[in-house]
Every structure is written in structure tokens, then in C-alpha cells.
Design a protein around this ligand. Structure first.
Ligand code: NAD
Ligand code: TYD
Length: 359
């Protein structure tokens, strides 16, 4: 069995569902159910005896130790985090608490647990840390993509907290010999992503006839990976990754934000046509402070060493994603509760629109 943290969030829930579909091995899923955690994401495995959900905090070392002793997992797959850059700008404290202190607490619990395992079981244990390409900072046009050897240069409280957690993971391997693995992945998209992030926000706003807010001039570049491909990469890293190593995971799909929003509008125009093209809803708003210009990933190491490469193209992945949101209007409606509306007011309410910019 494996212990997953943050398995009620976007990527964690996709990982749990994919795992249950492709393996008989059981999962204990520890999640605090913050605003981003949603048991609705796990509805299809609610009655599956192989999945045990525990509501709790990764910062609670006593709870984590008791789960490890009770379930005796062969691995921890660590997704739990505060994950949204804009929220980290408004309120960084939770990012330090969960991403830094929480990861530290989990590493401590894992180290103590491994030392209690019989000697014969210790070498098989793995700690798989799920991280981001944002730890490498920002690229200019023409710069080579991030490699595993690229120096860390995080720019937002979010990326700084993830960088800190990556360093702790690295230190636990080097100092204590904990068999850690780290995946640094580019921007994910797909089913169950909370509609604060660009792609689900644009889909939800478009369907509600609201403005599609683009920060700045829309020329910032991200590399986009379909979430199912990220989950497959993580399964492969867990299976065959070399302890102590980090693996960059990316989709080879660099797009400007404007290209992404145009692509979403075009798919929506074909799957859910409205009176006018959804592109009419695009509006440019004040930029994010410290907005990283470009992320790009060199995923050559994971391809060479572990044989992983993405199965989904941007076009097929985006179409699947839009289809999923069209088929799950209640999922979005349930999330857009009071707390979500407060966030929208906080992030977009005092962000002036930029006149004179056209899509
Ligand atoms: P998410 O915000 O959708 O989900 C995070 C989950 O963690 C939620 O279920 C939440 O309830 C849980 N959680 C938060 N604090 C917790 C705590 N203290 N204890 C236990 N559970 C807690 O995030 P996501 O987009 O699914 O990202 C998952 C991981 O992948 C994160 O570590 C993130 O940094 C990383 N990542 C995300 C992306 C992306 O594009 N979304 C890309 C690369 C890496
Ligand atoms: P996001 O989905 O928040 O991911 P990240 O900041 O981790 O890359 O944002 C993706 C890109 O989209 C990023 O360049 C910021 C931009 N963006 C907008 O232009 N408008 C929005 O309303 C949001 C949420 C993001």
C-alpha cells in the first residue's frame, strides 16, 4: 500500500483514480480538505475498500506517524500543498506552513518510520515529492529550457516555498539516506482543476458569459501538460526512479497565455456555441506582481532513463478538458460557493482592466 497526501486536490485525485484503475495496491489518502480539497473528486472510489480517506494535516506529526505504523506503506507520494501563485501573493503564510513546515514534518515522520521497519523492508521504501518547474524561476525568450541542473531562482512566495521543500527533500536523502524522488513538473490541466487556475477559470467564466481576464498583455509563456500524463510520469518515477534524483516533467507544449485562451475559446465555440465567439469575452487586466515570463522544461532525462513521454497533445488534452467541464456543471457550481466568490472579489476586484488592448 502507498500513502498519498493531498489526494483530494486536482493532481492528487487524478493520481488516486488512475492508480486505482491500473493497480491493485491500496491507498491511504491524507488530505486536510482546504478550499482546494474536494471529496467529490473521489466519488467514484468512495465504496472501494482499497481506498481509505483520512481528513488531516500533514503538519500533524503524531497523526502521520500513527498512519505510517498502522498501514505500513511502501511509499509516500506527497502532493499536499498550497498551490496557487496569486493566493501566495495575497497571503503567503499558509504556503510556508504547509509547503515548508508540512513537508519537513512528513520527512521527519518518514525517517522515523523507515528506521522502525525491519532491515529487509527498509531499502524498498520511497518518498516521492511532487514539485514544480517554478522553482527554477523565469526564462527569457530564446533561453534554453530548465534542466535538472538549472540553479534554483524562485520568484513568488509559492515557488519559494516549493523550492524550500525540494531542498529539505534533497537534504533528507544526502544526510539520512532517505530514498527520495522528486518530480518538477510544468503547468498541469485537466479534469477536477479548481477554477482559480487559468484554464478552468477561463472555461467557467466563458460558460457564465463573464470576462476572461488575461494578466498584462497575455504574452507570458507556460509549458502545459495534461494531468494524466503527469500521473503516468509519477507512477514511472516511483517504479524505477533512482533514489536521490530529481526528474523534470513537461509537455513540450510552450504557449503564450493568449494562445491558450484562444484555443479554449475555439474549442468552446465548437462544443458549446454561443451567439458570438467566446473570444469576445477576453479582457486584459493589470498584471500579476513579479509575473514570471516564461517556463520551459527539458524532459530528456525522464525520457532517456525511464522511457516516459506524454501521450496527450495540447489539442487533444484541451478538448478532453473542455468536454469534462461541460459534462460536470454541478462540480463547478458546488465549488463556486461563498469562499470562492470572496477570492474572486479579492483577486480581480481591485485589478483594473487595461484599456486599448485587443485580443
Ligand atoms: P491543489 O491545490 O488542487 O490541491 C492541494 C491538495 O492538498 C488539496 O486537496 C488540499 O486540501 C490538500 N492540502 C493542502 N494543505 C494540506 C495540509 N496541510 N495537509 C493535508 N492536505 C493539505 O493542488 P494541485 O494543483 O493538485 O497540486 C498538487 C501538487 O503538485 C502540489 O504540491 C503542487 O505544488 C504540485 N504541482 C502542481 C502543478 C499544477 O499545475 N497544478 C504543477 C506542478 C506541480
Ligand atoms: P496559473 O494557472 O495561475 O498557473 P501559474 O501561475 O502557476 O503558472 O496561471 C497560468 C498563467 O496564466 C500565468 O502566466 C498567469 C496567467 N493568468 C491570467 O492571465 N489570468 C488569470 O486570471 C489567471 C488565474 C492566470
Amino acid at each position: 500500500m502507498i500513502l498519498v497526501t493531498g489526494g483530494a486536490g486536482f493532481i492528487g485525485a487524478n493520481f488516486v483514480l488512475d492508480w486505482m484503475a491500473s493497480s491493485d495496491e491500496s491507498i491511504v489518502n491524507l488530505d486536510k480538505l482546504t478550499y482546494a480539497g474536494n471529496l467529490g473528486n473521489l466519488a467514484s472510489v468512495r465504496d472501494d475498500a482499497r481506498h481509505t480517506f483520512v481528513k488531516g494535516d500533514i503538519c500533524d506529526g503524531t497523526l502521520v506517524a500513527s498512519l505510517l505504523d498502522r498501514y505500513r506503506p511502501r511509499a509516500i507520494v506527497h502532493f499536499a500543498a498550497e498551490s496557487h501563485v496569486d493566493r501566495s501573493i495575497h497571503a503567503p503564510g499558509d504556503f510556508i506552513t504547509t509547503n515548508v513546515n508540512g513537508t519537513f514534518s512528513l520527512l521527519e515522520a518518514a525517517r522515523a518510520y523507515v528506521s522502525r521497519l525491519p532491515a529487509g523492508e527498509q531499502p524498498a521504501f520511497r518518498f516521492l515529492h511532487v514539485s514544480t518547474d517554478e522553482v527554477y524561476g523565469s526564462l527569457n525568450a530564446g533561453d534554453p529550457p530548465f534542466m535538472e541542473s538549472t540553479p534554483y531562482a524562485p520568484n513568488s512566495p509559492y515557488s519559494a516555498s516549493k523550492a524550500a521543500s525540494d531542498h529539505l527533500v534533497r537534504a533528507y536523502h544526502h544526510t539520512y539516506g532517505l530514498a527520495t524522488l522528486t518530480g518538477n513538473c510544468s503547468n498541469n490541466y485537466g479534469p477536477c482543476q479548481f477554477p482559480e487556475k487559468l484554464i478552468p477559470l477561463v472555461i467557467a467564466n466563458a460558460l457564465a458569459g463573464k470576462t476572461l481576464p488575461i494578466y498584462g498583455d497575455g504574452s507570458n509563456v507556460r509549458d502545459w501538460l495534461y494531468v494524466g500524463d503527469h500521473c503516468a510520469a509519477l507512477r514511472r518515477v516511483l517504479e524505477a526512479g533512482r533514489p536521490g534524483e530529481t526528474y523534470n516533467i513537461g509537455g513540450c507544449n510552450e504557449k503564450t497565455n493568449l494562445e491558450v485562451v484562444h484555443a479554449l475559446c475555439d474549442v468552446l465555440d465548437s462544443l458549446a456555441p454561443a451567439a458570438a465567439s467566446y473570444r469576445q469575452l477576453i479582457g486584459f487586466v493589470q498584471d500579476r506582481p513579479g509575473h514570471d515570463r516564461r517556463y520551459a522544461i527539458d524532459a530528456g532525462k525522464i525520457e532517456r532513463e525511464l522511457g516516459w513521454r506524454p501521450a496527450e497533445s495540447f489539442e487533444t488534452g484541451i478538448r478532453k478538458t473542455v468536454r469534462w467541464y461541460l459534462d460536470h456543471p454541478d462540480w463547478v457550481k458546488d465549488i463556486q460557493s461563498g469562499a470562492y466568490l470572496q477570492w474572486v472579489e479579492r483577486n480581480y476586484g481591485d485589478r483594473p482592466s487595461l484599456p486599448g488592448r485587443r485580443a
